[in-house]
Design a binder for this molecule. Structure first.
Ligand SMILES: [Zn+2]
Length: 235
């Protein structure tokens, strides 16, 4: 299945690529089919809309509860996210050769080295959602442990707004590989060597990047942007 992740054989897929599995079951004959899709990020829905969102999550969201990213991840991507296929949305069973009632169950099968979570703050009609979504600094998924290292934020409305970001200087999933690919050699003034004394001093510090201003901030400030966070990066 790993070859699906590396669908375009690029460094981007090496780091961000994962694979999701979709299983369809026909209620009539029991025929089960599987399909696999590569992804570079996972969507986190903030309100009811097209799948992947479980009915359980929708019910809680409609009650106005503040959701947490790890809850949604677990319900939509770690556990099987089951969707009933019936009415106008029946599945085409290849064995019955007819449209039948059934289910589609989706879950992530290969988790990426860097997990990018796209919080769906803009609806299909362009409306901005400012729902609060709590996100943890660490995520445990099966035998994997991810650490938050960047948060892109959007402030403003659907008509105008401003993008800022928070970045933490951790190590990287594979410092050697990252150094090999990202160390700038042409411009001698820019030092990106992660083992240099300068980078060691910066390790585990959070920075807020706002246009040309970069300031050191507390990790608590990062956790507080529950209405502005737009894309989360974990590794
Ligand atoms: Zn069938």
């Amino acid at each position: 299945m790993k070859h699906i992740r590396r669908v375009d054989d690029s460094l981007v897929y090496d780091y961000f690529g994962g694979v999701s599995q979709s299983k369809c079951v026909c209620y009539q004959c029991g025929h089960t089919s599987f399909s696999f899709e590569p992804f570079l990020d996972l969507s986190i829905q903030l309100e009811s809309g097209p799948s992947p969102v479980s009915e359980h999550f929708l019910r809680r969201a409609s009650m106005g509860n503040c959701e947490t990213v790890d809850q949604i991840l677990r319900e939509c991507y770690v556990d099987e996210n089951v969707e009933q296929l019936n009415g106008n949305n029946q599945l085409m069973c290849v064995k019955c050769k007819k449209k039948r009632d059934g289910i589609r169950a989706q879950q992530v099968k290969v988790w990426p080295k860097i997990l990018a979570l796209n919080l769906k703050r803009f609806t299909a009609t362009g409306r901005k959602l400012s729902a609060k979504l709590v996100f943890p600094h660490t995520l445990s998924i099966k035998n994997l442990r991810y650490r938050l290292y960047a948060v892109c934020c959007h402030s403003g409305s659907e008509s105008f707004g401003h993008y800022t970001s928070y970045v933490c200087v951790h190590g990287t999933p594979d410092e050697t590989v990252m150094q090999k690919h990202f160390t700038v050699t042409e411009e001698k003034d820019i030092k990106t060597d992660l083992k240099s004394p300068m980078m060691r001093d910066l390790k585990n510090m959070w920075f807020n990047c706002n246009d040309s201003y970069i300031s050191n901030v507390d990790a608590k400030e990062v956790s507080s942007v529950v209405e502005k966070a737009y894309i989360l990066f974990y590794f």
